[in-house]
Write a protein that binds this ligand. Structure first.
Ligand code: PMP
Ligand code: GLN
Length: 412
């Protein structure tokens, strides 16, 4: 095994998708919508299939299909308040996953330190290690002990954060709205991170795949818009999350040309170019939404409106079942503390090390309900911080959420 792969193990996704295939539970695990995407989005692929332009089925520009980078440039120009050159400031990738990979591989050198906020989307850590970088972790912690808990109650310790920055720090990876907590970082929190990035000349990678999914008036703030941050931020997005088509695996990175250039090199030497019909479909879908941006029927507003109902429904049935959910301000996941119901489960037959792995596997096998163990989103020394929790996904058909509620209400 080459050195860069030593210690790698199959990710939680590979393990839990296999588990779901074996036990066929009601799957609130991996994050994807189980309902139809907007009609015009899927219809775009039908139209592309019938289009008389045969080149829509051939290779397209390696750094991104021109119609798509143009649509993204138009969209983000309005959102970040500056011109984006579609050819140099945006890279189209194979999902936000590859955008993360190209960013990390393109900027992290052997021995560079990368600050990762825990819990984190699980691939950040192995990607940093693969690049030869050194991850440095800092956990979000709940400071509140009583009453309902919001994702806003999960906060970073300021002194701890400041203490992580040093002359070896190359990058910090931020994720807002956050997976799995649902935290939407507020302006003050982002300003503090920005201040430290400027002080230590650190790059900020901002994973904003859930940028449209915010509730209760929470505001999604793009850190690249804060003073002095454009030149040091690479922002990532996902068509899968934006249009509810996670299987399309089209993502992007945007930022200043001199930072995006490194990503282009990794991309051209690994993926080269993403599927043309899918990029064309995403471009047409953005063009449609650009026409009605900010209007109530715009999908970027109608989806979070719909999702908020599902979030509230899930929070209620988890609370009714005795668990303690954290109410997310954004994204489509909910963390719940299951320790109050620990006496209802018998985990002795599950060999895993972490209690949340035992719990989620037991639930899949015995109650037919699957969630994700959050300790997968922590570094080894901090995995205990995730063990009392389970992550459920609420971007599911109402009938499936009803079934989950029913399963839990019958659980004695
Ligand atoms: N970042 C976060 C925080 C995610 O939850 C996901 C999950 N899809 C990704 C990146 C990867 O996105 P994509 O599916 O576009 O590769
Ligand atoms: N982002 C999704 C989740 O967190 C999907 C995970 C993945 O694609 N690996 O469940």
């Amino acid at each position: 095994l080459p050195k860069r792969l030593q210690g790698s193990t199959p990710s939680v996704w590979n393990e839990y998708i296999a588990l779901a295939m074996q036990y066929k539970p009601l799957n609130l695990g991996q994050g994807f919508p189980d309902d139809a995407a907007p009609e015009y989005v899927t219809q775009s692929l039908v139209d592309i299939g019938k289009d008389e332009n045969p080149l829509l089925h051939q290779y397209t520009r390696g750094y991104g299909h021109v119609r798509l980078v143009q649509a993204l440039s138009k969209l983000y120009c309005g959102l970040v308040g500056r011109e984006l050159n579609p050819l140099s400031d945006i890279l189209i990738t194979s999902g936000a996953y590859e955008a993360l990979y190209s960013t990390i591989m393109g900027h992290v050198d052997v021995g560079d330190e990368v600050i990762i906020i825990e819990p984190f989307f699980d691939c950040y850590e192995p990607m940093v290690k693969m690049a030869g970088g050194v991850p440095r972790f800092i956990p979000l912690k709940v400071k509140k002990t009583e009453g309902p808990i919001s994702s806003a109650d999960w906060i970073l310790d300021d002194a701890e954060l400041e203490g992580l920055f040093n002359s070896k720090t190359k990058m910090i990876i931020l994720n807002t709205p956050h997976n799995p907590i649902g935290k939407v970082f507020n302006r003050k929190e982002l300003e503090r991170i920005a201040e430290l990035c400027r002080k230590w000349n650190v790059l900020c990678v901002s994973d904003e795949v859930y940028e449209w999914l915010v509730f209760d008036g929470a505001e999604h703030i793009r850190i690249c818009t804060l003073p002095g941050m454009w030149e040091r931020t690479i922002t990532l997005g996902s068509a899968g999350k934006t249009f509810s088509v996670t299987g399309w695996k089209i993502g992007w990175a945007y930022g200043p040309a001199q930072l995006i250039r490194n990503l282009q090199m990794v991309h051209q030497n690994s993926v080269y170019t993403c599927p043309t019909p899918l990029q064309e479909g995403v471009a047409r879908s953005f063009e449609k939404e650009l026409e009605r941006l900010g209007q109530p029927e715009c999908y970027f507003l109608s989806l979070p409106r719909e999702l908020k109902q599902k979030r509230d429904f899930m929070a209620k049935f988890l609370s009714d079942a005795g668990m303690r959910p954290t109410i997310p301000q954004g994204g489509y996941f909910m963390l719940a503390d299951w320790s109050p119901v620990a006496d209802k489960v018998d985990l002795s037959s599950e060999p895993d090390k972490q209690r949340d792995y035992k719990f989620t596997k037991w639930m899949t096998k015995n109650k037919g309900l699957q969630g994700i163990p959050p300790s997968a989103f922590y570094s080894e020394p901090n995995k205990h911080l995730g063990e009392d929790f389970v992550r459920y996904c609420f971007i599911k058909k109402q009938e499936n959420l009803d079934k989950a509620a029913e399963l839990l209400s019958q659980w004695k």
